[in-house]
Design a protein around this ligand. Structure first.
Ligand code: AHR
Length: 328
C-alpha cells in the first residue's frame, strides 16, 4: 500500500478517533497550572544535527506563553528511547493537555500511547512515525512526506544517469521510521532501473565523520567505481563529499551526491558544485503544529497525516537563489 493510499485509507478511522479524542481532549489534561496556559509535553529527540536543531527550536519558538502555551521540552538523553518513554510517562502522569512526540525509535510505543489514550491526552507525532503505524493510537503525524522526498531523489538519479551508475546508500540509524520510508520511496523507483546498480548500503548515523569513513572504505573496496551516493541526510552527504575529495576524485563530476534535508550547509555545498541534488525535508512546521493542537483541543476533525510541503534543489543556481532567505 503506497503512502498516499495509506493516508487516504486511514482518514476515516483517524477522523473518528481524532474526533473522539478531541471531544475529550479538553477533559484529558488538567489544563496544567492555574495560569490558564495550555500545557504541551514535547517528547523530543534533542541534539542530532542541523535539521533537528532547526525543527525543535521552531517548535519551542512557536509554543510560547504569549501564544497561550506552557511547552515542557524533554529531549532524549543521548538519543535513548527509554529516556523518551520516561518523559512521555511523566507527561501523562502530570496530566498535560497534549503530547508532541518525535520518536528516536519507530517501535516500542504501543504501551505509552495506550496510556495517553486512557488518560484522554491526545498525542501528535512530529516528523517521525511509529511502526506498526496504528493510527488509532495517535491523532495525527505532521511531517514532510519521506516517500515523496526520497522518490524525488530517485527520479533525479534516473535522469542524471541515463547510462546507469553504481551507487551506495548512506542510511540514518537502523530502526528510525524515516530511514525505512526513505528506503521505500527510493527503492520503488531506483529498484526498477537495471542500469542503476546498488553496490551497498550502510548506516552512518546522520554523522558527517562517520559518513566520510564509510565512503572512504566503499571507494577503496570498489576501486573508485562508484558514480552516485544517496545520503539520507545532509550531514552524511557532506561527509561523502570529503571522502570523495580525499580519494582524489571530484564530487559533482566523478561522483554525484544527493542528500535530504535542505539545510544551509547543504545548499552552500550544492552552490559550490560539490553536492548535486538536495531534497528539502522542511523542519519549520511549528505554526502548523500549533494550529493542529488548537483544532484537536477544540474537538475539530484532524486528518491522520499532515504533509509539510518541501522543495528540491537540482543546480548551483537553484541553491544560490534560495540561500539569501534560508531560515535553517
Ligand atoms: O527525522 C528527520 C531526520 O532526522 C533528518 O533527515 C535528519 O537530519 C535528522 O537527524
Amino acid at each position: 500500500m503506497s503512502a498516499k493510499q495509506r493516508i487516504v485509507q486511514v482518514l476515516g478511522a483517524a477522523t473518528a478517533g481524532a474526533l473522539a479524542l478531541g471531544l475529550t481532549a479538553c477533559g484529558g489534561g488538567d489544563g496544567g497550572d492555574d495560569d490558564g496556559l495550555t500545557t504541551v509535553g514535547f517528547v523530543a529527540v534533542g541534539p542530532e544535527g542541523a535539521w533537528r536543531e532547526a525543527n525543535e527550536t521552531n517548535i519551542q519558538e512557536t509554543f510560547t506563553e504569549d501564544a497561550g502555551y506552557e511547552l515542557k521540552y524533554a529531549p532524549a538523553t543521548n538519543l535513548d528511547q527509554k529516556s523518551q518513554i520516561d518523559a512521555f510517562t511523566s507527561f501523562v502522569d502530570e496530566g498535560v493537555d497534549v503530547i508532541l512526540l518525535s520518536a528516536t525509535e519507530a517501535t516500542g510505543w504501543e504501551d505509552s500511547l495506550k496510556r495517553a489514550q486512557e488518560a484522554e491526552i491526545p498525542v501528535i507525532l512530529l516528523d517521525r512515525g511509529i511502526e506498526p503505524d496504528d493510527t488509532d493510537l495517535y491523532v495525527t503525524r505532521i511531517a514532510p512526506d519521506n516517500i515523496a522526498v526520497s522518490t524525488a531523489v530517485a527520479d533525479w538519479a534516473v535522469s542524471a544517469f541515463p547510462d546507469g551508475a553504481n551507487y551506495f546508500v548512506l542510511e540514518g540509524p537502523a530502526g528510525v521510521s524515516v530511514v525505512n520510508e526513505r528506503n521505500e520511496g527510493f527503492d520503488a523507483v531506483a529498484g526498477g532501473q537495471a542500469n542503476l546498480v546498488k553496490v551497498g548500503a550502510q548506516t552512518a548515523n546522520w554523522s558527517t565523520e562517520e559518513a566520510k569513513s564509510v565512503v572512504e572504505t566503499v571507494l577503496k573496496s570498489n576501486d573508485n567505481d562508484v558514480q552516485f551516493i544517496f545520503a539520507q541526510n545532509d550531514e552524511m552527504g557532506l561527509g561523502a563529499v570529503q571522502a570523495v575529495q580525499e580519494a582524489g576524485l571530484t564530487p559533482g563530476t566523478d561522483v554525484k551526491i544527493a542528500t535530504i534535508d535542505g539545510t544551509k550547509n547543504a545548499l552552500e555545498s550544492l552552490a559550490a558544485g560539490e553536492l548535486s541534488f538536495v531534497a528539502e525535508y522542511n523542519p519549520l512546521f511549528g505554526e502548523t503544529a500549533l494550529e493542529v493542537v488548537e483544532q484537536v483541543l477544540n474537538g475539530d476533525d484532524v486528518e491522520s497525516s499532515i504533509v509539510v510541503p518541501s522543495a528540491t534543489f537540482d543546480s548551483p543556481e537553484a541553491a544560490e537563489a534560495a540561500l539569501p532567505d534560508r531560515k535553517f
